[in-house]
Design a protein around this ligand. Structure first.
Ligand code: SAH
Ligand code: SF4
Ligand code: F3S
Length: 476
């Protein structure tokens, strides 16, 4: 039994899975300090906003919510409001917080999460405000607690930071240099999770394909230690008893190795899905984005993946309206999306980020042109997705059941191998189990089905269906 002697906490997370995983660490730390979770900020004794700076609307939402919190904080002098995450690694944000939100109790960044229990206790005991930001990451701190959202699936960080400096992206500035965790630490964590009942792990990194590549002091380097690279790590994790599914994200196309393609064939637990952000279908735009691959190289990679793993599901990220993008270049993106036949895609309007090289590019695309292109792209993506989902009808899919739907408790929802949402009728006791479901209807954003009477003929395979949840459009 958890004791909640100290009070209740509420954590709101913006941004990517890295941030979600960090929030799980914060929840684990607060649990160890005797706090319990609650579902309403107004009732919480501790509120943490874990922020994202990848696009402007994430920034705006953060300041909107912070504004609402002011009222609760004024009414309750014992409440603690803490803010952390990527936005805190930007000096202009810290300046704004100090000037306009001086009532915020604790500010910390992405590099010193491990300090949270100490900083938090100092705030509570001494009733003083603390701003503690580290410029860059030190050695990786292992052994931090975590309270995972689900009992049966979990995120596992394999590396931190990014060295790629795509010209539009803030992440290398907010998350620091690329550094990898030691393989034995990752394997140990996966074994621990398996012992606690976790069946599916998702390996996280901004670019998992360069796992063990950088020579960051205190980080793991595969070449220096003659140890596993990313593919090698997958082979090790595939051996762990109790883990039934392995996913990973995100893969940078420039670093995708033949060995990784080989791992799809060899590792039966590896889900047949790859998220391979393309960003643009125009070689010239890709050059200006500093992506370091061409349209042709990307298409070649996709065809090698499809040849090696015929049932692979492909998803992507695409930015619309990057500075200087012409109508013809945008049409190259539409054409590439049709050629690849993505199972789904996250599509984004280009958003200027302070401090990135693209901020200085003079030829910004007008807002209305960006929106119009965005809508055209989404139509194309949805069209492909609808056809692919329809083609799933009649197939038997392995679904890891996440639980009953909020609106109808008799409908269960889960994910197939390709990470696509599958809904079907069944008892809530199936939550956390991997169930065979026969697909009866393929809609644009989800699959619907019924529990199949017999096991799937080919575990973890046999699906050409689409992956990622129907979350197209701007997502934060
Ligand atoms: N490391 C991951 C992505 C991290 S950010 C990768 O490289 O794949 C997630 C996505 O946000 C990116 O793939 C990109 O499509 C989008 N993105 C990043 N910066 C953006 C910006 N300034 N404007 C619009 N979209 C952006
Ligand atoms: Fe950003 Fe590029 Fe790094 Fe991804 S690879 S986090 S898009 S800089
Ligand atoms: Fe993730 Fe947003 Fe930071 S996408 S790494 S939380 S800027």
């Amino acid at each position: 039994m958890e004791s909640t002697t100290q009070g209740k906490f509420y954590i709101q997370t913006f941004g990517c899975q890295m941030n979600e995983r960090d929030s799980e660490t914060l929840a684990g730390m607060l649990t160890d300090l005797g706090y319990g979770p609650c579902g309403d900020k107004a009732e919480a004794d501790v509120v943490i906003l874990n922020t994202c700076s990848v696009r402007e609307n994430a920034d705006k939402r953060f300041f909107g919510i912070l504004g609402q919190l002011k009222k609760y904080r004024e009414e309750r002098s014992d409440m603690v409001v803490a803010v952390c995450g990527c936005m805190m690694q930007q000096q202009h944000v810290i300046d704004t917080l100090k000037a306009k939100y001086p009532w915020v109790d604790l500010v910390f960044g992405t590099h010193n999460i491990h300090q949270f229990p100490q900083l938090f206790q100092n705030v509570v005991q001494e009733r003083r405000k603390i701003v503690e930001i580290w410029e860059d990451g030190g050695a990786i701190v292992e052994g931090l607690p975590a309270k995972h959202l689900y009992d049966f699936k979990a995120f596992v960080n394999i590396m931190y930071g990014c060295n790629n400096f795509c010209t539009y992206c803030i992440v290398p500035y907010t998350r620091g240099r690329e550094r990898s965790r030691r393989p034995e630490e990752i394997v140990e964590e996966a074994k621990r999770l398996a012992r606690s009942g976790v069946k599916e792990i998702t390996l996280l990194g901004q670019n998992v394909n360069s796992y063990g590549v950088s020579r960051y002091e205190g980080g793991y380097c595969a070449a220096d230690e003659k140890g596993p690279d990313f593919a090698g790590l997958l082979y090790l994790l595939n051996e762990i008893e109790g883990i039934e599914r392995i996913r990973f994200m995100t893969s940078h196309p420039k670093d995708l190795s033949d060995r990784l393609i080989g791992a799809f064939a060899d590792c039966e637990k590896l889900c047949r899905h790859i998220h391979l952000p393309v960003q643009s279908g125009s070689t010239e735009v890709l050059r200006r984005m500093n992506r370091r691959y061409t349209r042709e190289q990307y298409l070649e990679l996709v065809s090698r993946l499809k040849d090696a793993v015929p049932d692979i599901a492909l998803t992507t990220d695409i930015i619309v309206g990057f500075p200087g993008e012409t109508e013809a270049q945008f049409e190259d993106t539409l054409d590439l999306a049709r050629k690849v036949e993505y199972d789904s895609a996250f599509t984004f309007l280009y958003s200027v980020r302070k401090g990135t090289p693209a901020e200085k590019y003079g030829d910004q695309v007008p807002e209305e042109v960006k929106h119009q292109r965005f809508n055209r792209l989404v139509d194309v993506i949805h069209g492909i997705q609808a056809v692919k989902n329809k083609a799933c009808e009649g197939r038997i899919e392995k679904v890891l059941v996440e639980g009953p739907s909020k609106t109808d408790p008799r409908t269960l929802g889960g994910r197939n191998d390709a990470n696509k949402t599958v809904n079907f009728s069944g008892p809530r006791e199936l939550t956390g189990q991997i169930v065979d479901v026969r697909i009866t209807e393929g809609k644009t954003f989800s699959l619907w089905g019924e529990v199949a009477g017999r096991p799937s003929p080919c575990p973890q395979k046999g699906s050409k269906s689409g992956p990622a949840p129907g979350k197209e459009g701007e997502h934060e």
